[in-house]
Ligand binder design. Sequence first.
Ligand SMILES: Nc1ncnc2c1ncn2[C@@H]1O[C@H](COP(=O)(O)OP(=O)(O)O)[C@@H](O)[C@H]1O
Ligand SMILES: [Mg+2]
Length: 273
Amino acid sequence: MAETFATPCAETALGAQGAHPILSVRQIEKVYGSRDSITHAINDISFDVMPGEFVGIMGPSGSGKTTLLNCVATIDTATSGHILVDGRDITTLRSRALARFRRDDLGFIFQDSNLLDTLTGFENIALALTIKGERTSSVRAKVEQVAAVLGVSEVLGKYPRQMSGGQRQRVAAARAMVTDPKLVLADEPTGSLDSRSASVMLDTLSMMNKRLGATIMMVTHDSFAASFANRILFIKDGAVFNEVLKGGLSRAEFFNRIMEVVTFLGGDVRDAC
Ligand SMILES: Nc1ncnc2c1ncn2[C@@H]1O[C@H](COP(=O)(O)OP(=O)(O)O)[C@@H](O)[C@H]1O
Ligand SMILES: [Mg+2]
């Protein structure tokens, strides 16, 4: 079972008192290289994410955001420390268990929708369930349900090239959600998008969080994107140095609050805006 760790973050999360964290990051350290060229990508990071939270990770380029996300995604391994997902320590899993963990417990949102061109919307969304060996009738029901919530029912029979950019993003979101993952991970999901596509992406993430109850961890250096989250952890030099909660603020007010922090921090974190 989960070890319990008392942290300030655990108390600030979404009023879920008594609930246990979906994600617990405990004293993660990540060192790249050896001897002559050592990079401390992450020094000592600890935080919790409670069920139903939408957490933004912000920080300047090179601050360790992607490294942190990749460690949670088990794409990379931490040099020391522990990461618990729903109480299970994923830093000790072996390859088969890791593959199962990624398949069953995680959802990924990429910058580009990353849909397979030769599969229809339905087939793209269904793929993760098919791989798990789910029965055809249950696959159909799950795909149709998540597609309805995300507003892509009418494009299930279309191929990605026949969809608009926004529809492709929402189909990709449906694909990430259909397995009912414990945690959805997104690294700079708006990074290479024009402002209209970025808004669609952020609205989709918001919908996943509010209507499908997804717990989301999103890495971004963009204050506008961050303002869609409920809580922001600011990372600098591989460590958490600030936390901002949305609380009762409107999105616009939260955006201003984030900008204040980014401006206050100034100097070498300017590119966090
Ligand atoms: N595979 C790697 N090998 C060596 N250094 C790396 C590697 N990946 C990242 N780094 C270094 O770790 C630090 C954090 O990188 P990263 O997590 O990508 O930052 P961010 O996503 O915040 O821009 C940077 O100094 C980067 O150069
Ligand atoms: Mg990055």
